[in-house]
Write a protein that binds this ligand. Structure first.
Ligand SMILES: Cc1cc2nc3c(=O)[nH]c(=O)nc-3n(C[C@H](O)[C@H](O)[C@H](O)COP(=O)(O)O)c2cc1C
Length: 365
């Protein structure tokens, strides 16, 4: 299987299946001298852990990370960092009827047709647990970015049709409700909607918004490694993401140039933009404003309703999915979005170091 590696300098390779022995990531290209402990990574993994409330799968995993290599006396050494999480609560018998059936909306049919073999237990590599490697590596990237003053904040903007307008955001609410929404009243409404979905044995989609703050100007490499293009790829590589938009996104289609352009201004010698329709990227490079993007997540494909599908013999069958599944993916994916953003920005920050001869001379002299 190709395609498990992401990044150019800060490069990650994730590995592992939902019901295999464990899941992990190898990070190559992390600079030496970054203070790093298992706790730094665990904080991120705890945010995506299953079984934390009724809106996440009941699978009971501690998801404890171990650093196998790449650190010495609490600091990275510049050698490959290898991070592992052992799987604990596999109930592979829950998935028995999926051995030969293709779940609608899931990756069973495409995996089977492409490879001629698939680990059907929990979706194997197409399971949400695949994101453990991303989140563990993203925690390291976020730590690197923190040293540079760059902060990444993601949250749930919408669940179903319950969407929080940006002028109703109350950021301190994000960690006060199970859905990571920046408004507790909207979160309550969304929770009621999810309760209805669960009663109907159904699932919901939603939107995650992410802000990247304190970005220096000029990060991103025209033309094929544009910052917005790489963020889009990183986010669309997360299972169940079906849409990506940056800044005003699809709304730019109905705007006019006069309203969509962000005016530049010089205030006491500092150049900035008076608005941020661009979402913090111009010409594929960061423009100094906050980067703001959104990801659209589809409803969890595994639902408990009886569904029509086809089995490996090509027969039409009815399928009832047992096992444990999130009624909505969005809350657990908030930290996954943050991690993929951190990995992309860390990689592009390192790539930017080769952009100018004068800076290279400064470094080597
Ligand atoms: C954090 C996370 C948790 C997920 N949990 C589930 C789940 O419990 N049940 C399920 O059917 N799909 C779940 N998914 C979605 C599937 O992984 C995804 O829909 C599937 O791989 C097909 O890929 P696609 O939707 O991108 O086409 C989860 C995804 C993420 C990112």
């Amino acid at each position: 299987m190709a395609g498990s590696t992401y990044g150019t300098i800060f490069k990650i390779t994730t590995w592992g299946e939902s019901h295999g022995k464990g899941i992990g990531v190898v990070i190559d290209g992390c600079p030496a001298g970054l203070e790093l402990s298992e706790d730094d990574i665990q904080i991120y993994l705890n945010r995506r852990k299953p079984g934390q409330n009724k809106y996440t799968t009941k699978r009971d995993e501690s998801d404890r990370v171990e650093i196998l290599s790449g650190t010495f006396e609490g600091k990275t050494t510049g050698t490959p960092l290898s991070l592992i999480v052992f799987n604990e609560d596999q109930r592979s018998k829950d998935y028995g009827n999926l051995a030969s059936c293709y779940r609608p909306g899931h990756a069973d049919y495409t995996f089977q047709t492409k490879y001629g073999i698939r680990d059907y237990r929990g979706g194997g590599r197409s399971s949400g647990r695949e994101t453990i490697g991303r989140v563990a590596a993203g925690a390291v990237a976020a730590k690197l970015l923190k040293e540079l003053g760059i902060k990444i904040l993601a949250y749930t903007k919408a669940i179903g049709s319950i969407s929080i307008p940006s002028d109703h955001y109350c950021y301190s609410d994000i960690y006060e409700n199970h859905l990571y929404m920046p408004n507790n009243a909207y979160a309550k409404e969304a929770a009621e909607y999810l309760d209805e979905c669960m009663k109907d044995l159904d699932s919901s989609g939603g939107i995650i918004e992410c802000q990247i703050q304190n970005m220096p100007v000029g990060i991103g490499e025209p033309v094929f490694e544009k910052l917005d293009a790489n963020l889009a790829k990183a986010i669309l590589s997360i299972g169940s993401v079906k849409g990506f938009e940056i800044g005003d996104g699809f709304n730019v289609c109905s705007a006019k140039g006069s309203s969509n352009n962000d005016a530049f201004q010089n205030v006491n010698g500092v150049i900035s933009k008076s608005s941020n329709h661009s979402g913090g990227v111009l010409g594929g490079m960061s423009d100094g404003s906050n980067i703001v993007f959104r990801a659209a997540f589809k409803p969890t494909p595994s639902i408990a309703q009886t569904q029509h599908t086809v089995n490996e013999n090509g027969e039409n069958v009815e399928l009832v999915i047992h096992g444990r599944h999130d009624p909505v993916i969005v809350p657990r994916a908030v930290v996954v979005v943050e991690a993929m953003a951190a990995l992309t920005i860390a990689d592009m920050i390192l790539l930017n170091m080769s952009a100018r001869m004068d800076k290279i001379k400064d470094f080597y002299h």
